[in-house]
Design a protein around this ligand. Structure first.
Ligand SMILES: [Zn+2]
Length: 56
């Protein structure tokens, strides 16, 4: 499985959406534990979301 797929799942979780099939929370968390790049990506996505949350 590619990082891109995990990032799709991570983005869905940040948005409060259903995760893609086969990429539920524990699966995603296991990847994040081992993949520093996806952890960093998730942090940026989360911060961006916080920044834009009040603008809608
Ligand atoms: Zn990754």
């Amino acid at each position: 499985m590619h990082c891109r797929e995990f990032r799709t799942a991570l983005s869905a979780r940040l948005d409060g959406e259903e995760p893609p099939p086969g990429l539920s929370g524990p699966v995603l968390d296991a990847h994040l534990l081992g993949c520093v790049e996806c952890r960093g990506w998730g942090e940026r996505a989360r911060r961006l979301k916080l920044l834009t949350a009040g603008l809608g």
